[in-house]
Design a protein around this ligand. Sequence first.
Ligand code: ZN
Length: 191
Amino acid sequence: MSVLPIFNSFNPILKQKTKPISEITDEIKNLAKDMFDTMRNTENGVGLAANQVGKDVAMIVIDLSDVDEYKDSGIGELVLLNPQITDFSDETDFYNEGCLSSPGFYEDVERPISITLQYMDLNGETVILECKNFFARVVQHEIDHLNGILFYEKLSAFRKTLSKNKLRKIQNGDYEIHYKMIDADGNLQTN
Ligand code: ZN
């Protein structure tokens, strides 16, 4: 088990588009395990993108096994390689999102309620899934990460202005966390 430090959202790696995975190596499989360990160590994480642990590959892990709505759904733990959204619903809703890379910052974000997701699993099989509600939201938040997009960049200009001071604190590493982080400049934070 390896818990990896999580990169601050102001670190440049979170602004880069990740590279597609062409071969499922042991390195990729081990990274998936480490990403689950890392996410569980945060206690409230439900999704994590590889660039949030400093790895430039298009991989996401999701764990909805503790979310009431999905307890009996069989969704549970998922590893998504090269995930793509191939269809969005016109209907949208708002939800108060947060991110392990920007601790303590939450804002309502508007997103489509349902999506069609296509990805490759760890066996190299292509999977197509219809996702709704919270599941669809988590997938969209994490795929945005793989494309270098942060959830607070989707806020209205007005909400962005109101969020400025809080985001500056995150940029400066001024927050309380119980997991390790790499700050905006690439240094390991030890608080
Ligand atoms: Zn995030």
